[in-house]
Design a protein around this ligand. Structure first.
Ligand SMILES: [Zn+2]
Length: 144
């Protein structure tokens, strides 16, 4: 049976979220991109500067960073600080660049390619599929 687009997005969200948090982790701890506090990786969420309903930047590593629950949910993304940090990291043009890209949509072939790409990246940093098949990320799946 062909995997539905919805199912692919769900799978990729999980893999991508795990990858982003691992990419920024040190010894199981991850630093929140916007407030700078450290938390255990399993308590960390990922935040999207341009919100995740815009599929063109939903899986753009420049748009998605580890964030603590306080910044991501309570402060609704802590956008002002998020923008300041992005400009610092990539230059002022990054905001326009992400805004231009946000409307692009991903087809099922592109989603499948990204799943393979990020599964490989996870394997490359020593993460087994089991580690990201649990439901730690269910909170991330909450739409804002
Ligand atoms: Zn934070």
């Amino acid at each position: 049976m062909k995997t539905s687009r919805r199912e692919l997005i769900k799978r990729l969200d999980r893999i991508f979220s795990m990858y982003i948090r691992l990419k920024y982790s040190t010894g199981g701890m991850v630093r929140c991109y916007t407030c700078g506090r450290w938390y255990p990786i399993e308590q960390m969420t990922v935040g999207h500067f341009i919100k995740r309903q815009f599929s063109g930047v939903r899986y753009d590593e420049r748009n998605v960073k580890p964030q603590c629950r306080r910044c991501n949910y309570f402060l609704q993304g802590n956008d002002v600080e998020f923008e300041r940090r992005l400009k610092q990291e990539y230059g002022d043009h990054i905001i326009d660049l992400l805004r231009e890209k946000k409307g692009n949509s991903l087809n099922t072939a592109e989603l499948t390619t990204l799943i393979a790409e990020y599964s490989n990246k996870l394997k490359g940093i020593g993460c087994s599929p089991k580690a990201y098949s649990n439901n730690n990320e269910s909170k991330d799946a909450k739409e804002r």
